[in-house]
Each structure stands twice: as C-alpha cells, then as structure tokens.
Design a protein. Sequence first.
Lengths: 328, 243
Amino acid sequence: MVKILLYNKVGYSQEEGFIMSNEIIIARNLTKKYGTVLAVNNISFKIRKGDFFGFLGPNGAGKTSTVKMLTGLTSISAGEVKIFDKDVVKDAKFIKKRIGVVEDTSNLFPDLTVYENLLFKAKAFGVNYRIIREKIMNYLEMFNLSDKVKSKFLNLSRGQKRIVSIVSSLIHSPEVLFLDEPTLGLDINVRNKVHQLLLQLNKQEKVTIFLTSHYFEEVEKLCNRIAVINKGSLIFDGNIDKLKALFPGDKVISVELTTPIDEVRASKYFTHFKIEKNKLFITGDDVTLIIEGINRFVKDNKLKIKEINTEGNKLEDLFLRLLKDDER
Amino acid sequence: MMKDEIRNITVITLKDLKAYYFKPATISWGILFPVVFILIFSLKNSANISTLIGGLISMSIFFGSTSMTTTSIMLERRTNVFDIYYTLPISYFGIAAGKVLSGFLFGIFTSLIMLVISIFIIDFKIYSVLYFILWILVSSFAFSSFGVFMSLLVKEAYDAMIYMNLIRLPLIFISGIFLPIRELPTILRLLAYISPLTYSVDMADKVFLNKSFIGMNFSLLILTLFGVIFYVLSRYRIEHIRG
C-alpha cells in the first residue's frame, strides 16, 4: 500500500488517498470548459469504496460541472474519470447501470404520476418487475408520500419533488450515489430522514456517496471526507480534522450586539469575521487581540454588547477561512 | 447488453406514448389538422378527392409523426427532463431510437385513423397491399426521424413547434399532394426533390392510383435513406446538446 501526499496550490498537504484495489472513483486532471469559461480546472481526486465524500464550494465554483462530468451528464474537456476501474466515457453504460444520480434540480417527467416516473426508472435499470412495486412503496412510505403515488409529478410541492427525485436515484440499488445538493429546500424533519437513509445506505449497504451541499452541518454530520473547490480548482482534500489542523490556533468569539452590525465598519477592525443579524463571529489565533478589537469596535461605533461567547471551530468557519486564504 | 438497449428503447417509447399521446399539440397538429384537410377537400372537391387520398394520408403521417416527436422533445428539453436519458444505461443511438419509435408508432396510428375516416367518405382502391404496408412503415420512420432531428436542432426548445410548422406547412404545397410535381416551377420542383414528403406522396400515388412519377422503388429507397440519415444525425445531436 503506497500513501500519496500531494500539495495543492496554497501549499496544504493533501492526503489524496491510497493506491489500493478499493478505489472506486478516480478523477485525473479533470477539466471542463464552456466556450472560453473554465469551470473546472485540472482537478484530481480518488474516492474509496464506502466513502461518504462531501464536495464543497461557493456558488459557481465548479461543483455541479464536476458531478456532471463524473456521471456522464456532460462531456469532459480534458482529463479522465474512472469508476469501478472503467472509463466513464468508453464504458458509460456499464457505469450508469451501477450509479445513481440526483441532479441539482428535481427533474422527472411532469405529466407522469409519481409511480409511473419511478416505474420508468426501475424498468430502465432492469429492476426485477416482481419487486418494483414493493420497493417504490417502501421508499414512499418512508417519506410519508404513499398518498402521492398517483399524483402527477407536476402537482407535487418542491420538497416532495426533491424526495421523489432522490427515491428515483435509489430504485435500482446503485453502488455509487452522486447527490448534487439533494436536501436543498427540504424542511428539517425530511432532511433528517434523508440523512438517516443515506447513512444507512453508506454504513450498511456500503454505498459510496458523493455529496455536494450548501448545508455545512449536513456535510459535518454525514461525510468522512471532504474536498473544497473554489474557482474551478481543488483547494482542499481530506477529513474535517485535517481541515481543523490547517488553522490550529483558531478561536471563534461571538459577540451579540443590541443593534444590527455594519459589515464595512466591522471590516476595519477584523480580518476573519462573519455577521448574522446582530451577531458578529470573529476568528483568530490570539483571543487577547480579538477582545481588544471588539472593545475598540464597540467604543468607536458607540455600540452595546448584549452577550459575548467563545465557540469551537465549525466547518463553515473553516471553509470561509480556506476560501479567504485561497483568494489571497 | 443488446437486451438492455432494446428494453430501454421500448421503455422510452412507451413512456412517450403515455405522456404525450393526448397533449393538445399532438392531437391538434397530428390528428385534427389532417382530418380537417380531408373533410374540406371531400366537401369542396368530392369528384377528385380519391386522387388526393394518398397525398392526404402521407400528409397526416407527416404531421402525426413530427407532432409526436416535437411535442415530447420540446417539453422535455424545456423542463430539462431530457437530461434523465443521459443518466440511463443506454447509448445515444438508443435514445434516438426510443424517440423515433414513438413518432413512428404515432404516425402509423394517425394513418390508420385517416384510412378509416376515408373509407366512409371516399371511394378508393388499394392496388398493392405490400406497397401499402411499405409506404406506411417507411413514411412513418422517415418523418419521425425528421421530426426528432428538427426538434433537437433548435436552440430554444420552446420554439420547436413554430419552427416545425414553418418547415412543414410549405412542404405540403411543394410535395405533390395538391399539384403534380411536374407542374411546379423549376425552383419549387428542385425544392420538392429535397422534401421527404415528396417521396411518400409518390409512393402513395402508386398504392392508390397505380402510377408513380419518381418510381416506387426509388422513392422507397430515398425515403428510407432520409430516415436513416435523420436518425444518425439525431444521435449526434443528442450527444451535442448534452454539453
């Protein structure tokens, strides 16, 4: 077993995985161009069988383009993708039979019912006809959608459409699942049910999952490995502990004020911060300096502090730090 | 693998027929429009309607097949549902075949409706059952492939039906349905030879009138070639629009 250490453009050590037989997805120098626009720029990564891989990045970073290249939904401008040791372009049919895809939009045939849509997918993947109905009904019951089985897809709510799209990607029991923001727009209860299902598939059925999400707590809860893409380039690949290790001394101080906070004013006092209504989150490695900054900020702007706390480093804060460092 | 391919072609076709068979655009342009044409001509010119029957049925296959394919592809591209096909274990040729097959079946269905209606209002004779079957099958295939390709060609899927009618309606008048090709001005006659409808009408004349301006076998060959060419072009267009 050979361990490979790679270094990305910002100099972080990237443990890219191991050369071993259980690497199920291998992307090498993957590039996507739309005309002159470079959406994905020469990225490489490997995903092992059973990984729950979180793929993070700001809007327009290249997440969806990457998922589309991995799943054959768009052409690859340069580089190659291997899944199950087969080329995603040359052996597309072999691969597509064994993967499930949930795109970033909930698209199924609007004029067909929920059942007809799921039946279409099941038949296209050659699911045994005798178990199709049972499988469909089990999934719909899991999400309390049994009563929608005869409803046209067109008439479902946004959240219901999302769930049916997720179910449609699972109907043929794929070995690898690609999920592009699957829980976007779902309420917290349904999102938790999706999480439970995905964890069950990953832990018990050993399904390898590639997940893009805007919910950091979702990625933190589900994924054993994450990669971060920014402006088409991969800037981090590893687990959350490794991401935390990149900013070892970081502390987060949260300050709640009595009035809303002006971002421009705050930027004169702090380098790494985030504002949520009346709350200011400041990240840094020297607590004394942060407190001094807060005192000056409050005094200069005649503000009143309601509450002040220290917090642990969240994935979202680490992600923002990583992006800011990459911007430099 | 071939078994999977055939199964998925059938799955796409059956889904199309189920989802788009009763769509207003399919019904109005695919069935009502040719029916109205037959009724108008039978009332206006009942003496000569038997000489027009073949051309009118060709036209109905043309409108039926192309309406079915245009409606399904237009709706699916507009709502991005077309992407589903790229996630299925099926080749681009298979996707094109699924689409062509649904238009082909709808074309046959339309032609049979026209034939049944015509039996009650027009006095006509079929000179060769074999030619009749070949004419219906090859016309449905060629027009369906044509419809699939044209629907995939337009950039804005929303406009597919408009563009399709811009092409279809003029073809009615230059393909020998109402006016023999030999009587057309030279420029229109040249255009007539690049219209697939011309060859279908010529085959229809052989079936119903036992006469052919171009030649039955040659029309059969050209129409089959049209079908194959549009089918192959559709396959490459499906790959191209994937992005």
